[in-house]
Design a protein around this ligand. Structure first.
Ligand SMILES: Nc1ncnc2c1ncn2[C@@H]1O[C@H](COP(=O)(O)OP(=O)(O)O)[C@@H](O)[C@H]1O
Ligand SMILES: [Mg+2]
Length: 358
């Protein structure tokens, strides 16, 4: 008997025992016929609780789910089984509080200092990025903004300070770990393959998700082909989402600047990131292109629940689309808060107007 098989049987026995224990515990009159019996645990189910908040319950977590349902039934709560939500809907239903201060922290920078030889690019900076927010990083040239994005995604190791990501302290990472942490970025200067088509450029964003290496592609073409098809499907969805169907076969080098920036956003989205870092996504764009890009950034945040940290110079854009803003100047943090708070911060006003404050 294989160990996998015996593990399966042990699991079945444990589940049956748990069911018996629970059935005995729930008083007889309150028990109702179960609309979707536990014998088919493959289907993830949702339960409407009295607060009308939808709670998604994992199918593999059968015991916890059963106990939860049994408890609700015991309280006389009518259970409604919903169809499995699409990934986008799940994000929305469990979407954090609209007030950014009440959202859970996704990433926390604690007293970060980063030096390049004699240059201190970042000095003792602390701030956090909360789940589902659009967090802007602003400041004059040379303030340390791009360096900060490189610290966030793990490409630069600060000499001092701590980075907490998803509740744990993050150590220095190897390149493959950086790729796998679910953080994608675009660059201040467009970094696309100019001779390749829009489609192929966005496809390169899927690399971190590709499991089938060259060897398995040779010995088992089926799996590689299936994976290729899946990747293509996701890439096509992104192309639709960003409304760039008409340029999907065009070499990106031939495209206007604004569209190249959109393709770069597409490539970052192809990695299906939880945290998206955008380094001046609107630099060099005209007003119309900026409006388009702002809308896409808001849509990504809204539809996929993606947390976004963005560097942007256009104050109008920053104030319009971000939930919170952190302001850097000469490697120091001089402001942090909602757009309205930052707008009236005197240090920030001085940094931007170049006025020495007394
Ligand atoms: N790789 C690097 N090597 C040396 N100095 C750097 C490097 N990257 C940035 N710097 C320096 O760090 C400071 C902050 O740069 P940067 O993070 O690019 O600022 P920003 O993006 O706000 O304009 C600047 O003085 C810059 O010259
Ligand atoms: Mg920069």
């Amino acid at each position: 008997m294989s160990s996998e098989w015996s593990r399966q049987i042990a699991l079945e026995v444990a589940l049956a025992a748990e069911r018996n224990r629970r059935d005995a515990a729930v008083s007889e009159p309150l028990r109702k016929p179960r609309p979707n019996p536990v014998q088919t645990p493959a289907e993830p189910k949702s339960v409407i609780v009295p607060s009308e908040k939808t709670v998604a319950v994992r199918a593999e977590d059968v015991t916890a789910k059963d106990l939860f349902e049994a408890e609700l039934e015991a309280q006389g709560v009518e259970l409604t089984h919903l169809p499995e939500p699409t990934p986008g809907e799940t994000e929305k239903e469990t979407a954090p509080d609209a007030d950014p201060e009440n959202r859970p922290v996704l990433m926390e920078m604690r007293n970060i200092t980063l030096r390049f030889g004699g240059v201190t690019a970042i000095r003792d900076i602390s701030f956090d990025i909360r789940q589902g927010e659009i967090r802007a990083i602003i400041g004059p040239n040379g303030a340390g903004k791009s360096s900060m994005l490189n610290v966030i995604n793990g490409f630069y190791h600060p000499q001092e300070g701590e980075i907490w990501f998803k509740g744990s302290k993050r150590g220095p990472m190897r390149p493959h770990q950086i790729a796998q942490q679910g953080i994608a970025r675009t660059f201040q200067n467009i970094a696309l393959f100019k001779g390749m088509s829009t489609l192929d450029n966005i496809m390169t964003g899927r690399f971190t998700h590709m499991k089938q290496g060259i060897f398995s592609q040779a010995v088992w073409a089926g799996a590689a082909e299936r994976e290729e098809n899946e990747n293509r499907e996701i890439v096509e969805k992104i192309i639709d989402f960003l409304e760039i169907q008409h340029i999907r076969k065009k070499p990106v080098g031939s495209l206007p600047y604004g569209l190249q920036k959109r393709v770069e956003l597409g490539r970052a989205l192809a990695a299906e990131p939880g945290l998206l870092l955008l380094d001046e996504p609107m630099a060099g764009m005209n007003i119309e292109e900026k409006e388009d890009m702002s809308r896409f950034i808001l849509d990504v945040n809204d539809e996929f629940g993606t947390t976004i940290a963005l560097i942007e110079h256009d104050m109008g854009v920053v104030m319009d689309i971000s939930d919170r803003v952190v302001v850097l100047d000469y490697g120091r943090k001089i402001g942090d808060g909602t757009p309205d708070e930052v707008r009236v911060n005197e240090d920030v006003i001085d940094a931007y107007l170049g006025v020495a404050h007394e």
